[in-house]
Design a protein around this ligand. Structure first.
Ligand SMILES: Cc1cc2nc3c(=O)[nH]c(=O)nc-3n(C[C@H](O)[C@H](O)[C@H](O)COP(=O)(O)OP(=O)(O)OC[C@H]3O[C@@H](n4cnc5c(N)ncnc54)[C@H](O)[C@@H]3O)c2cc1C
Length: 459
C-alpha cells in the first residue's frame, strides 16, 4: 500500500510502462499546470496524475490506484466549484487530454471524449449547424456537466443535457468497460444521468444533436438596480409566457464601471422573426439602460458568460432550487445584492420552464424536474485575504433565502462536500437517493469513486 509520496515513487515505473498517456509526479515538469482547476481556492497536490490517452489508460490507472490503495479522483474539465476532481496525496485520473469529437451530420449524433469542453464541442458541431444542450461557459467540461444533469441556452427547447445523452461508455470500479444506453445496462445508464460521478469513469459520450442557428437571437436587456424587484417579478411570468424556443436567465451583475445592474439574458433558437416577437415584452418592460438583444451566432451567445467566469479567481457558491420565485425570495435577494463584497459576484436565477419539466422525476437520476427556478449565489473575488467577507455574505444570504425556496439543489452547484454535508447531498438526489445507494452497492460497493458529492453504497 502506498502511504506517502516517497512510497508512490517506487511504483512509478510500473504504471508508466502500462499507459500510452503521461504520468506526472510532483517532480515532473507539467505537474503544476496539470493541477490547476477553475476555482483558484483549490490548491491540491496529488501524489500521481495519470493523463490518460484512452479507455485502456483509464482502466490501467484505476487498477493501479486500487492495487496500491490510493484515493482516486477523476478529472474531466476541472470546472467544478467544489474541486472534487483533484485530491491531496492520491491519484488523479486526468481525462483532459481525451479530446476526440466525432459529429455525424447524417444521424445528428456526436461521440465525445471526456476531456472535451463545451466550446470545443459547440465549434465542431456548429460546422454542421448542430448543437446539443450544453453549458453556458465555453471552458466547462462536457463530462462533469453531463453527469450531473446539464442546463444551458437550449434547455427549454431540447431538455437537459442528459435528455440528449444516447449512450455512454463507462469504466466501472472493477475495471470493466461497459456500454450503457436505454437498452444496455439500463440501470447504470439511469444513474449516470444525474449522479454519474459516483458510478464510474465515462470514457465516451454519445449525444443527440439538433439543428441550431447558425444565427440565434441572443444577448440581454439591462436595467438599473432600483427596478430589481419589478424585473424579477416580470421575469418569473415572462419565462412561462414565452415559447419553448426561448430560454431566459435573470441576474444581478456589476458592469465594467462598477455599477450594479439587473440583467435578463435570453437565447431564442428558432425562427428569428418569431424570436423578435417573443422578446418584445422584455424589451418594452420598465426602463432599461441597454438593450443588447440581437441576432448573433450561437457561438457568440455561448461566449457571453465565458468572459465573466475566468480561471484564476477565488470562488464560493451556494444554490437552491424552487418551484416558485416568491416576492419574499425576491425581497431577500434585493436586500443583500447591494452589499455584495466583490464586483465579480453574480446572483443568477436560471429558469426551467420548457420540455425538461415534462420528464418524470424518476426517469433519470436527476430528480428536480419540476423546480422551475435555480437561484445561484456565485461569489467570486481575487484576493484570498477577502475570503471570509465573501463567504460569510454568501452564507447569510443563503440562510435567509432558504425558507422561501421549495428545496432541492442541483448537484453540480454544490460546493465543498464537507461543508455542504450529507443532508444537502441527499437533497440533490431527493426521492431517487435510495435507489442510487442500491446501485452504488452494485457498481461501486467499496466506494472507490468518492471524491464527489458522494452517495454511500447501501449496506
Ligand atoms: C463558470 C461555470 C459555469 C457553469 N455553467 C453551467 C451551465 O451552464 N450549466 C450547467 O448545467 N452547469 C454549469 N456549471 C456547473 C458544471 O456543470 C459543473 O461545474 C461540472 O462539474 C463541470 O464539469 P467538469 O468536467 O468541468 O468538472 P470536474 O471538476 O472535472 O468534474 C466534476 C465532477 O465530475 C466528475 N467527473 C468528471 N469527469 C468524469 C468522467 N468522465 N467520469 C466520471 N466522473 C467524472 C469528477 O470526478 C468530479 O466529481 C458551471 C460551472 C462553472 C464553474
Amino acid at each position: 500500500m502506498v502511504q506517502t509520496m516517497n512510497d508512490a515513487t517506487i511504483y512509478i515505473d510500473e504504471i508508466r510502462s502500462s499507459i500510452r498517456g503521461t504520468l506526472l509526479t510532483p517532480y515532473d515538469a507539467g505537474y503544476d499546470s496539470a493541477r490547476i482547476v477553475w476555482n483558484a481556492m483549490i490548491d491540491r497536490r496529488p501524489a500521481l496524475i495519470v493523463q490518460c490517452a484512452g479507455a485502456a489508460d483509464v482502466i490501467a490507472a484505476l487498477q493501479f490506484g486500487r492495487e496500491h490503495a490510493l484515493p482516486i479522483s477523476v478529472r474531466g474539465g476541472g470546472h467544478s466549484v467544489a474541486g472534487s476532481c483533484i485530491i491531496d496525496d492520491g491519484l488523479m485520473i486526468d481525462l483532459s487530454q481525451m479530446k476526440s469529437i466525432r459529429v455525424n451530420p447524417d444521424t445528428r449524433t456526436a461521440h465525445v471524449e471526456p476531456g472535451v469542453v463545451w466550446g470545443e464541442l459547440d465549434q465542431e458541431a456548429q460546422a454542421f449547424g448542430l448543437a446539443t444542450v450544453g453549458g453556458t461557459v465555453a471552458h466547462t467540461g462536457v463530462a462533469g456537466l453531463t453527469l450531473g444533469g446539464g442546463f444551458g441556452w437550449l434547455t427549454n427547447k431540447h431538455g437537459m443535457t442528459i435528455d440528449n445523452l444516447l449512450a455512454a461508455d463507462v469504466v466501472t470500479a472493477d475495471g470493466r468497460l461497459l456500454h450503457t444506453s436505454r437498452d444496455e445496462n439500463p440501470d447504470l445508464f439511469w444513474a449516470l444521468r444525474g449522479a454519474g460521478a459516483n458510478f464510474g469513469i465515462v470514457t465516451s459520450f454519445e449525444f443527440r444533436m439538433h439543428p441550431v442557428g447558425p444565427e440565434i437571437l441572443g444577448g440581454m436587456v439591462l436595467f438599473p438596480m432600483d427596478q430589481l424587484r419589478d424585473v424579477f417579478r416580470f421575469y418569473r411570468e415572462f419565462l412561462f409566457d414565452s415559447p419553448v424556443e426561448l430560454t431566459a436567465y435573470a441576474a444581478i451583475l456589476t458592469g465594467p464601471d462598477g455599477v450594479q445592474l439587473v440583467a435578463v439574458a435570453v437565447c431564442y433558437s428558432g425562427d428569428l422573426d418569431a424570436g423578435m416577437r417573443a422578446v418584445e415584452p422584455l424589451q418594452s418592460f420598465g426602463k432599461p439602460v441597454a438593450d443588447l438583444i440581437r441576432p448573433m451566432s450561437y457561438l457568440d451567445q455561448q461566449a457571453i458568460l465565458t468572459q465573466a467566469s475566468p480561471y484564476g479567481r477565488q470562488n464560493y457558491w451556494k444554490a437552491e432550487l424552487s418551484r416558485t420565485l416568491s416576492d419574499e425570495a425576491i425581497d431577500v435577494i434585493a436586500e443583500y445584492a447591494p452589499e455584495a463584497p466583490s464586483p465579480y459576484t453574480v446572483i443568477v436565477v436560471a429558469g426551467n420552464s420548457g420540455v425538461a419539466r415534462c420528464v418524470s422525476s424518476i426517469a433519470t437520476a436527476y430528480v428536480h424536474r419540476s423546480e422551475a427556478f435555480n437561484v445561484m449565489l456565485l461569489a467570486a473575488w481575487d484576493d484570498p485575504a477577502d475570503a471570509e467577507r465573501n463567504i460569510s455574505w454568501t452564507r447569510s444570504l443563503h440562510e435567509d433565502l432558504r425558507p422561501h425556496m421549495t428545496g432541492g439543489v442541483y448537484v453540480n452547484d454544490l460546493d465543498d462536500p464537507q461543508e455542504e454535508g450529507e443532508q444537502r447531498i441527499r437533497a440533490a438526489f431527493g426521492e431517487n437517493y435510495d435507489r442510487l445507494t442500491m446501485l452504488k452497492a452494485k457498481y461501486d460497493p467499496e466506494n472507490v469513486f468518492r471524491s464527489n458529492q458522494n452517495i454511500r453504497p447501501a449496506p
